[in-house]
Design a binder for this molecule. Structure first.
Ligand code: GLN
Length: 554
């Protein structure tokens, strides 16, 4: 039987429970333990696939085609935990399953209730995530904040689960906030005491506290928290704000969180360390040789989380090249009203990410035209690829009004149109072309140079596709089809012949990038952005003093 860690959050939301859980996974893996991470989400949607990014941030797509919470992206970036459909459980899924069983007659004779039917279903999902796998530790993150009405059934299930498996086999790690009150010049522990008390009322005693804080927690302060919250002093861990999320595992390990966990769960482990992670990820991030500026032209630019995996993958591309990636987030709609150079001048590379709906499309097309004609490295992803096809059709092939039928159903040139398998689809939840499919790359393409492979598996989330009717005209005019899904003959990658680096793909490579193993396309995109930057500033051999350093524009 695996051991279980339940991660809860208190006081306020947005403390970084996902990153904390992923980091716990990372430090345990460093000890040679096999981990699985799972998230329980209290909302009633079956999955976040139908939610607006303003509500939810990015939808993270797994290999098996589940649309999940973005925290699962952190899990995959930090650990090698297998991630799929079972790793994200929502209230919607739980009720859906219980009601289906009830209609089938599985509970015949019984009144179906939150306790025990809903809680049994939740516990079953906690067990299922590691079933048939060789796993030492299951780390389950409970979404929401302790005290919310919505997360109560999940916490009640955790209480029951911990009781059933015993205290040596399951622990609670509670992420909490120690606010600094500027006027008093003091850190305050009361909100933490209250939230630990709240957990206790539900029947869960916290075993370890991860204390988010702006300032250092003194030994005395840790002892006070330990005493009032009924945990061991070494189980009070400081989780101070750090420059990069990838430092968090180092921070936890320094305070020997791994040892505390192993002691509480009576786990045997190897010594292990995070030296490679420190050397190859954190140290490179902190000491970049130089900086490149990448414009991301999107619709949800003001949100931190809407393009989470893209921003992280760009960072990984930077790490692989030893440079800092300075992001310039550009609202596509702003480009519509202004000349493109006003916003894009000085950018070393331009990326257009995925999206839905017509808002901002014309701005994206304009950015792509600028990248194409000014020979700026360009990377288009999903909708970004579709916009690249539209731009090329309008401005090179002379197809006036060319568009995707998603935005203009009556266009004379439907260069992007609905996938055949989508023609009959009526419901919107979970019905896109989702998950991993193979893509065969063309020899001699830039994509193949990046991957160094003929066949790659990448994740998808779309309904529309490149319309093969126009394929020949594109190829003749210099837009190469560099990758296809062989079974359906779907265009997966396009690139331009007469351009230093212009690649657009129908799939989402950002979901498979890791800090210590950048996705090949992101690595190459940044490499070409550096080249472009050197050309502009006349720098040779990458000498740092000759470079203009750009800070991230938030
Ligand atoms: N809206 C487009 C489609 O459904 C692109 C989707 C995306 O970018 N994820 O095909």
């Amino acid at each position: 039987m695996p051991k279980y860690i339940f991660v809860t959050g208190g006081v306020v939301s947005s403390l970084g429970k996902g990153i904390a859980s992923a980091s716990i996974g990372r430090i345990l893996e460093a000890k040679g333990l096999r981990v699985v991470l799972q998230k329980l989400d209290p909302y009633i949607n079956v999955d976040p696939g139908t939610m607006n990014p303003f509500q939810h941030g990015e939808v993270y797509v797994t290999e098996d085609g589940a649309e999940t919470d973005l925290d699962l992206g952190h899990y995959e970036r930090f650990t090698s935990s297998p991630i799929g459909r079972l790793n994200n459980v929502t209230t919607g899924q739980i009720y859906h399953s219980v009601i289906t069983k009830e209609r089938r007659g599985d509970y015949l004779g019984a009144t179906v209730q939150v306790v025990p039917h809903i809680t049994d279903e939740i516990k079953e999902r906690i067990r299922m995530v590691s079933k048939g796998k060789r796993v030492d530790v299951v780390i389950t993150e409970v979404g929401g904040t302790v005290g919310d009405i919505e997360s109560l059934p999940f916490l009640e299930s955790v209480r029951q689960f911990m009781l059933e498996v015993g205290r040596d086999n399951a622990i609670n790690i509670h992420l909490t906030l120690i606010p600094y009150i500027r006027g008093a010049g003091e850190l305050k522990t009361k909100p933490t005491q209250h939230s630990v008390g709240r957990l206790r009322e539900i029947g869960i005693q916290a075993d370890i506290l991860l204390c988010r804080t702006e300032k250092e927690l003194s030994k005395g302060m840790k002892e006070k928290i330990a005493l009032f919250c009924n945990v061991a002093p070494e189980a009070v861990i400081e989780a101070r704000d750090v420059e990069s999320i990838y430092e968090v595992p180092l921070c936890f390990r320094e305070q020997e969180l791994d040892k505390v966990i192993c002691r509480l769960l009576r786990l045997d482990y190897k010594a292990g360390n995070l030296n490679d992670w420190k050397k190859n990820v954190v140290d490179v991030l902190k000491n970049p040789k130089r900086s490149v500026q990448i414009a991301v032209v999107g619709k949800y630019i003001e949100l931190q989380d809407a393009y989470k995996s893209i921003y992280e993958a760009l960072k990984h591309g930077g790490i692989a090249n030893g440079v800092q990636v300075a992001l310039k987030r550009i609202d596509a709609e702003k480009l519509e009203a202004n000349p493109p150079e006003q916003l894009l001048k000085g950018c070393d590379g331009i990326l257009v990410p995925g999206g839905f709906g017509s808002r901002g499309i014309e701005g994206k097309v304009k950015a792509i035209q600028y990248a194409r004609t000014h020979k700026i490295p360009f990377f288009g992803i999903c909708l970004g690829m579709q916009c690249a096809a539209i731009e090329f059709a309008r401005n090179v092939l002379g197809f006036k009004g060319a568009n995707s039928t998603e935005f203009d159903s009556g266009t004379a040139y439907p260069v992007i149109s609905l996938l055949e398998e989508q023609q009959e689809v009526k419901s919107l939840g979970g019905t896109m072309r989702l998950g991993a499919y193979p893509c065969e790359l063309r020899h001699g393409s830039q994509a193949m140079t990046a991957y160094q492979k003929e066949t790659v598996w990448e994740r998808h989330r779309h309904r529309y596709e490149f319309n093969n009717r126009y394929l020949e005209e594109y190829e003749k005019a210099g837009m190469k089809i560099a990758g296809v899904y062989p079974k359906g003959n779907l265009v997966e990658v396009i690139e331009l012949d007469a351009h230093p680096w212009f690649i657009a793909c129908q799939y989402h490579p950002e979901f498979k990038s890791k800090p210590d193993r950048a996705h090949p396309l992101f690595r190459e995109f940044i490499r070409h952005a550096i080249k472009n930057n050197s050309k502009k500033s006349g720098v040779r051999n990458g000498k740092k003093e000759d470079l203009v350093s750009v800070r991230e524009e938030e």
